[in-house]
Design a protein around this ligand. Structure first.
Ligand SMILES: NC(=O)c1ccc[n+]([C@@H]2O[C@H](COP(=O)([O-])OP(=O)(O)OC[C@H]3O[C@@H](n4cnc5c(N)ncnc54)[C@H](OP(=O)(O)O)[C@@H]3O)[C@@H](O)[C@H]2O)c1
Length: 334
């Protein structure tokens, strides 16, 4: 099998997780990392890559996008920058892994989907948490019927934002700033995965700062069959990274879902009022597993069955509805 040569667009902090994950994949090699800021690419490579020696750096994205030997591009840019760069990369027949949220509008994700199809390349949104072994456990548990039909779920994601990240809340939601666009994608995506079915409408409310960015947002999601789910995200609360699912017969809680590689994976559940059972799931590096999956998709020339482009379209439509609901203070249909 051939090697997949990678280029990385942006000296982003999340590269701390992804650079080693790409290096750990036996079919992958990182050729180049670009940052528009002088010196930032070198700093990023030296700080985060396990083997920085072989990785070239540049200040021009086009050096990567037009590089004849690069087959795959990872885009960890600011959310509002994903689409333009992804479309340029896809036009050069590069496979593209785009960080969540893939884009800010349904129209953008549809244009990426069409471009991927036209150019016969794989594109995937980077929801790494679905590759953790605990998520397989949870989906199997739901499918086993032990909880009965799932009627409701609640997800929570928060942490106090650190001063170094204030630039995320110093620009408006309209420009991709705030908690909804940053951590909201996880909370909403997870609810979509565990509830199943399609969302009918969303009602969300936010605490907005002076830059028009949301610091905290809470929302209700109504599915087409009237089942409900709720989410709560915040840059002001202590760390919460969890969700809970309630079926007709039982409940299940995932205690640390959007986790770091070495966090304990703990699931607890109660069936029919029985004593709580605590399951310790094997630890897993979901970033490694995400990259392995993406490489499999490339080799099999098949879009992801876990994170399809249809899923990305449903996801961005949900995000847009939540955003519009906050702006308009009303339920927004999908
Ligand atoms: N999957 C995950 O676990 C995970 C975790 C966190 C974030 N994310 C997602 O990954 C993407 C990047 O997030 P992030 O938090 O890693 O981004 P970040 O560090 O804020 O970097 C985003 C981009 O902004 C530029 N940048 C970085 N630091 C800067 C600074 N000090 N001043 C000016 N520009 C700067 C970089 O582009 P240049 O180098 O070209 O300037 C970089 O690619 C987002 O879409 C986010 O939602 C995913």
């Amino acid at each position: 099998m051939k090697t997949i040569n990678w280029g990385i667009l942006g000296a982003a902090r999340v590269n701390q997780r992804l650079l080693p994950a790409i290096e750990n994949n036996k079919y992958s090699k990182i050729l180049m990392l670009a940052s528009r800021r002088n010196g930032a690419a070198e700093g990023c490579v030296n700080q985060y890559a396990k083997n920085p020696e072989g990785i070239k750096t540049t200040t021009h994205f086009d050096d990567i996008i037009n590089h004849p030997e690069i087959n795959a591009i990872y885009i960890p840019l600011a959310n509002e920058e994903h689409t333009e760069v992804a479309l340029k990369a896809i036009a050069q027949k590069k496979h593209v892994l785009i960080e969540k949220p893939m884009a800010l509008t349904k129209q953008e994700v549809e244009s990426i989907t069409k471009a991927a199809k036209d150019n016969n390349v794989i594109v995937m949104e980077g929801f790494m948490y679905v590759f953790h072994p605990q998520f397989d456990f949870i989906l199997e548990f739901i499918n086993s019927g032990k909880l009965g039909k799932i009627q409701y779920a609640h997800s929570m994601f928060s942490f106090p934002i650190q001063p170094a990240r204030y630039y995320r809340i110093n620009r408006s939601m309209q420009d991709g700033g705030g908690a909804l666009w940053d951590i909201g994608p996880y909370a909403i995506h997870t609810l979509r995965q565990v509830m199943g079915g399609y969302i009918k409408q969303i009602n969300a409310t936010a605490k907005i700062n002076s830059h028009q960015a949301d610091m905290s947002t809470s929302g209700i999601i109504e599915f087409t069959d009237q089942r409900r789910a709720t989410f709560d995200i915040s840059f002001e609360c202590t760390r919460r990274s969890e969700f809970e699912i309630f079926g007709e017969k039982g409940r299940l809680k995932c205690h640390t879902v959007w986790q770091h590689e070495n966090d304990e994976a703990i699931i607890s559940y109660e069936i029919d009022g029985s004593a709580p059972v605590i399951e310790k799931i094997q630890k897993g590096n979901h970033f490694d597993l995400e990259i392995n999956h993406f490489i499999d998709c490339i080799f099999n020339n098949k879009e992801s069955n876990k994170l399809s482009m249809n899923d990305a379209i449903q996801q961005v439509a949900s995000m847009e509805a939540a955003y519009e609901s906050i702006q308009g203070n009303k339920w927004v249909s999908i």
